[in-house]
Design a protein around this ligand. Structure first.
Ligand SMILES: Nc1ncnc2c1ncn2[C@@H]1O[C@H](COP(=O)(O)OP(=O)(O)OP(=O)(O)O)[C@@H](O)[C@H]1O
Ligand SMILES: [Mg+2]
Length: 583
């Protein structure tokens, strides 16, 4: 079986700085394998001398053998130490590089599927790498070097037997390779099924509330059941796939041994090999096929390990966001400008088409449009969760692609449509906005966003924990905490995606007040569902199906009597938007 691809991927994970460590280890394993082969080969002259009654000669050979065996032991020890060292280096660089790399990947990369796979890679991948060197690479490389050495040394004694050995090698190699490929294929199938099942379990757990609300909590969750059944089915299939390979590998090794014996006996009977030498060579044949049998058992494990290493390498190969070494200057702090922006999450489905608008510093723009028209997508592109397919997005006057992530994030505070809070205290959750903020600043931001009103109700006040994701709070309350975060961050630009689920009067009041505060010091781009927000905006951008349909102030757009006016009247009639103009 071919271990080159495995080594190439290992080198890719290690990076240029640590490749030497891997090479030194491999050199020692080869030395160990060759010495082991030489020690075995020395059996032939030793036995020959012994059986022909040459005792002093035999003693000399045994002495040489003892020296080689001692050297083998030393090499074995050194390669084990080197293997341990390289495993440690692989583990630490793997974690460091994955960590660094994830930080540089676009936020859009982190889909549920990817996250499920990632946790599997980082946990089981670690265990795999830990055992890879001692349990796999050493027996594998030595298991190839030893028989090769034996075959070469056999030439010194009898070329025909040596040829028989060398001929059997590629044959065995082909069979092991085939067996390994079957096992590797089974492993790939079962890995995919395991990832799907794991994702379904997470989904099942996370959506318990929804499922129960629809009376589906206790009885099975069909996608989960299906995924688990599929996993079992694939598991069985993977097992059956590996059986013929293992059988064939073992059989082929036995066959090679038998062929060597038959060749030897035929030669001896023909009188061209003396029987004494034959015994010695047969002993050698046993030492030749032994490591090969081990190789056959390992061929499947190599494929599996390679699959694991490949998955890690694949994460590292994901294209990170390109960032300049030196960030561009920001000529217009607080300004957002989209020009000719087109984008789709998948290439065949455009979500935004030729979107252009500017939000001047310290003004407020309201983004309105039907559900799915691409409003949230616009804010994601501004924060560079994804890169636009065409067009340019400038934040602070510079193309977002010419800025560094820290620089861009320092300019922008985001309040998401669905706010995720950390399972920590309210105070800590607000402090996420600016870790250096003083307690007073946190409280003041909390007051402005109406968090103090939540605090008054909670048993432990500011130090109440909010539960995983903020489960102890309502959607509107979570968004208020998130707005407090944005206030504390005091960024030049605030992107706010109003929660549709929190249209109660009280929440509305707090959000309005917080907006008023934010307006005095930041540029605001608000995805608005409330009339007051829209009316207060300096500019309204109407998105329709990914296209800017209209742009202007509220009176202008009403006067235009077009889409916005219709939209507005519709909402008005449905009482979805409140019309208490003064609030
Ligand atoms: N992560 C994603 N992957 C693929 N498609 C997506 C993703 N997020 C959104 N979309 C699709 O892009 C389109 C625009 O979505 P977007 O979330 O920007 O709409 P929206 O205007 O914010 O809607 P809403 O008012 O309901 O929040 C929708 O068709 C949506 O299905
Ligand atoms: Mg949205």
């Amino acid at each position: 079986m071919n271990i080159r691809p495995l080594l190439t991927d290992l080198q890719a994970i290690l990076g240029p700085a640590h490749r030497r460590t891997l090479r030194i280890y491999l050199a020692w394993v080869i030395t160990y394998g060759v010495l082991q082969g030489v020690a075995a080969a020395l059996l032939v002259p030793a036995l020959r001398a012994l059986l022909s009654g040459d005792l002093p000669g035999a003693m000399t050979w045994v002495g040489v053998m003892a020296v080689v065996v001692a050297a083998t032991c030393v090499a074995h020890y050194i390669q084990a130490m080197k293997g341990f060292a390289v495993a440690m280096v692989v583990l630490t660089t793997m974690h460091e590089r994955i960590g660094d790399h994830l930080g540089a990947l676009p936020v859009g990369w982190f889909t549920n599927e990817k996250v499920g796979r990632l946790s599997r890679i980082v946990t089981t991948g670690t265990v795999m790498v830990g055992g890879l060197f001692a349990h796999l690479l050493t027996p594998l490389v030595a298991g190839a070097a030893t028989p090769a050495t034996i075959a070469l040394v056999t030439f010194l004694f009898d070329w025909r037997l040596a040829v028989a050995m060398l001929v059997s090698a590629p044959l065995l190699y082909a069979i092991f390779n085939w067996a390994g490929r079957l096992v590797g294929k089974g492993d790939q199938l079962s890995d995919a099924a395991a990832v799907t099942a794991a994702n379904r379990v997470v989904e099942f757990a996370r959506h318990q509330r929804t499922l129960r609300a629809f009376g589906r909590g206790a009885e099975g969750h069909r996608p989960l059941d299906e995924a688990i059944t599929e996993q079992h089915r694939v598991g069985r299939r993977a097992m059956w796939l590996s059986v013929p390979g293992i059988l064939a590998g073992g059989f082929a090794t036995q066959l090679a041994f038998t062929v060597l014996i038959v060749v030897g006996v035929v030669l001896a009977l023909g009188g061209s090999v003396d029987p004494v030498a034959l015994i010695a060579v047969l002993a050698l044949a046993a030492r030749f096929t032994g490591p090969l049998a081990e190789l056959s058992a390992l061929s499947g494990a190599v494929r599996m390990a390679h699959n694991d290493v490949r998955r890690i390498a694949a994460v590292l190969e994901e294209e990170p966001l390109a960032e300049p070494m030196v960030p561009a200057a920001l000529p217009c702090p607080g300004e957002i400008e989209l020009s000719g922006v087109s984008f789709g999450y998948t290439p065949d489905q455009p979500v935004l088409r030729d979107v252009s608008f500017t939000v001047p510093p310290r003004t407020m723009t309201a983004l309105v449009g039907a559900s799915g028209s691409g409003k949230t997508t616009v804010t994601r592109l501004i924060a560079r969760f994804w890169d636009a397919g065409a067009g340019t997005i400038r934040v602070g006057g510079a193309d977002v692609r010419h800025q560094r992530t820290e620089g861009l994030m320092a300019q922008v505070a985001m309040v998401f449509q669905d706010v995720y809070l950390f399972d920590d205290t309210l105070e800590a959750n607000i402090r996420v906005g600016r870790p250096t903020a003083t307690d007073e600043e946190i409280r003041e931001a909390g007051r402005l966003a109406g968090v103090d009103e939540i605090v008054a109700r909670l048993p432990h006040g500011w130090t109440t924990r909010v539960g995983e994701g903020g489960a102890a709070l309502s959607g509107g309350e979570r968004q208020r905490v998130s707005i407090a975060r944005a206030i504390v961050k005091d960024a030049p630009i605030v992107l706010l995606d109003e929660a549709t689920a929190a249209l109660d009067a009280e929440n509305e009041r707090y959000v309005r007040e917080a907006l008023r505060t934010l307006m005095t010091r930041s540029t605001l781009l608000v995805i608005a569902h409330r009339l007051q927000t829209v009316v207060a905006a300096d500019q309204i951008v109407v998105l329709d199906n990914g296209v800017v349909a209209e742009r202007g102030t509220h009176p202008e757009l009403l006067a235009a009597g077009d889409r916005y006016a219709a939209f507005w009247q519709e909402r008005n009639r449905a009482k979805g938007w409140r019309l208490t103009a003064s609030g």
